[in-house]
Design a protein around this ligand. Structure first.
Ligand SMILES: Cc1cc2nc3c(=O)[nH]c(=O)nc-3n(C[C@H](O)[C@H](O)[C@H](O)COP(=O)(O)O)c2cc1C
Length: 289
């Protein structure tokens, strides 16, 4: 009999614990030619906002050590164009697609969630790493603010909801608890960590912004620590571990820490078909457990 990698995440059953992380596989529709989506249990589309966001100018991606710093600025066409351009193609993809909502106010998040729901996505991930309009603090750093966004999205859609948190939160457990109390079905741990890189000759940032989001292998201990802390405090909470996965042993580590599913992100830039390799490795490790 074959090894079964089926897993559950709150109300959702996934055929595989591997998830394509938001922003690293484009709109999914445009990546379908290069990426084989069959090894994934779900693929998360790039975050969408209520109005179009132009993103930041180049340079937007800089390798730093074995990780990567990005300042993409969540460039996206806005929910109205997204539902027209991307939505109709989702049903043809060989993977369940989750939408990802981002915004500057809870109302914006709610508008996006309603739009995503109309396209037939199977779940909505709430990207809480962007700044709120009032004081520029990322939602994910403040339990109350994060809960307010999740509650607004919960009222706008009946779809399963994941709240994506930041490793930069002073108390990630408090943010996790607030999101679950407000109606999130699972937590995604984590988005990128805030970082910076300068040109030593000029002292100027090597990105078009002073800071960016750090991802890849150096992020893994931070995200894994968040999974461990949240799982210890809230053992019933369904968790997705994301950060620095390059092989099946990283996936196993997240599963051992308490995650039910695991995201692949930056690895897609070096190896677009990494999920096929990791899925194969995982089957081997799983059967030898
Ligand atoms: C270029 C780039 C763009 C990203 N865009 C988004 C995004 O739009 N929404 C989001 O929730 N996360 C976004 N992320 C974060 C990833 O989904 C993931 O959480 C993070 O990169 C950590 O995983 P990794 O180390 O495997 O890359 C982006 C990451 C990168 C590298």
């Amino acid at each position: 009999m074959g090894v079964d990698l089926t897993t559950t995440l709150g109300p959702v059953t996934l055929r595989s614990p591997l998830i394509a992380a938001s922003g690293t596989v484009g709109s999914i529709v445009d990546a379908a030619g290069t990426i084989d989506f069959r090894p994934y249990g779900a693929a998360v589309a790039k975050s969408v906002s209520a109005e179009p966001w132009p993103g930041r100018p180049a340079p937007r991606l800089v390798p730093v050590g074995v990780g990567m710093l990005n300042a993409v600025g969540i460039q996206n066409p806005g929910i109205e164009a997204w539902t027209r351009l991307v939505g109709p193609a989702l049903g043809d993809l060989p993977v369940p697609v989750w939408g990802s909502a981002v915004g500057h106010t809870p109302e914006e998040f709610a508008r996006v969630a309603a739009g995503l729901t109309s396209t037939g996505v199977e779940a909505v991930e709430i990207n809480l790493s962007c700044p709120n309009l009032e004081d520029g603090t990322p939602w994910a750093l403040d339990p109350h603010a994060a809960g307010t966004v999740v509650a607004a999205v919960r009222a706008a859609t009946e779809l399963p909801l994941g709240a994506k948190l930041s490793p930069d939160a002073a108390d990630v457990v408090a943010v996790a608890r607030a999101c679950l109390d407000a109606g999130a079905d699972w937590l995604v741990l984590t988005n990128t960590a805030r970082g910076a890189v300068l040109d030593p000759a000029t002292g100027r940032p090597r990105l078009s912004a002073p800071t960016g989001g750090y991802s890849g292998p150096p992020l893994k201990p931070l995200s894994l620590r968040c999974v461990l802390e949240v799982h210890r405090a809230l053992p019933e909470a369904p968790l997705v571990g994301v950060g620095g996965v390059v092989g099946a042993s990283d996936v196993l580590e997240y599963l051992r820490a308490g995650a039910s599913a695991v995201g692949l992100g930056t690895i897609h830039f070096a190896e677009p078909r990494a999920a096929r390799r990791i899925h194969r490795e995982l089957l081997r490790l799983w059967s030898g457990r």
